[in-house]
Design a protein around this ligand. Sequence first.
Ligand code: DWN
Ligand code: ZN
Length: 434
Amino acid sequence: MTGRSVLPEKGAPMDVSDRARKVVACRVCGGGDWQDVVSFGPVPLANGFLDPAGSYDDEPYYPLGVISCRSCRLMSVTRIVDPEVLYRTYPYVTSDSETITRHMRYVAETCVRRFAIGEDDLVVEIGSNTGTQLLAFREAGTRTLGVDPARNLAAVANGNGVPTLPEFFSAGVAETIREEHGPARLVLGRHVFAHIDDLAGVVDGVRGLLAPDGVFAIEVPYALELLERVAFDTIYHEHLSYFLVRTLGTLFERHGLRLFDVERLSVHGGSILAFVGHPQGPWQVRPAVAELSSLEERTGLFEDSAYRVFAKNVGHIREELPALIQRLVADGKRIAGYGASAKGNTILNVCGLGPEHLDYCSDTTDLKQDKVLPGTHVPVRTPEYARVHPPDYFLLLAWNYADEIIRKEASFLRAGGRFILPIPKPSIVSDGSA
Ligand code: DWN
Ligand code: ZN
């Protein structure tokens, strides 16, 4: 297996294993019989962008790996990094890409129509980032409240007129919201549930906050897709849990709620939107719940072997991707990253790719520009810089927007530029193949 071949130019990585708690009991079922799935060794934080003026001294590296609970098949990261370290200042701003803008409109319209959410109803979003999703609900005239621990992002949301509490959602916060604003018709958590360690506390809090006919809607990456697409790059310290539908069902049942519907979505490389309510509430359990659960069974996801196959496929990418890139570099090709995504940082660090392979990484986010990537210290540049300094190949680190990006970059492709897609098997997209 290819190891980490690039050491930082300045300073040295610091193994801070002792600062990351080892997972012992399953956060869904309480079990402790874990199958080891993959282990990547010490890896820096995926959103730990660094200031190039700094020394990079003592950049923290935490052990990164995934295990699977043999009793409920929750996939869990092996170590928990303090959420205060991960989220209080956060560089990921909800994408304003066409894909996500369209998707957020879809989520708002679906929930408003399906659950008849009216003007006086309260919609609470956990992990609301800068408030873009809640703005889509405002169009339907609902009352909205965001909750997000990232103080920098909550301040932006509040500045944009989307009331947002700069807090980690908890049973205590849920109680305060209910006291001050009344019960919620909808509690939404898009790509935040996988980031929460105390699932019991949060689910109990949501149960207390929901109106009798209220709905908890969560969007999470789908573990079935993670395995099928070999999307190992979505494994990083922020993602504590990788869920199957059946595992979600177990979790909510244990906490007095009921998973009543689930929808598969293409966003973020394959996600599910799960709908949860009070068991005595008006929402009937739809066939999709049992259908997906049986698909998981047929796919073998309750057996150790599926996870062994996944680990083997990850090993192949960790060999093939650096080999492909090293060949291109040896041929004198210039390569840059496209999208300084969190998962991109897993790819680079776990595949041993760095500044001797990538000249820079282009990204549209102000908060990431002029920083360097964690671990590899590849500089982040603006898309304008990339247009003036086009590489021969872009390594598509934001592959979840591949269709949109390939469309947007038609002129780069027409001029002979190419994209390298890292997963499910490293491949090259050129004008001819796009
Ligand atoms: O769960 C999480 C997901 C939903 O979002 C978080 N833990 C962190 C984050 O993960 P990510 O950083 O992998 O998400 P994205 O949305 O895939 O990141 C894409 C990056 O690429 C952003 O920094 C924006 C950038 N980008 C770009 O430069 N040009 C994106 C597009 C579409 C573009 O055209
Ligand atoms: Zn379990």
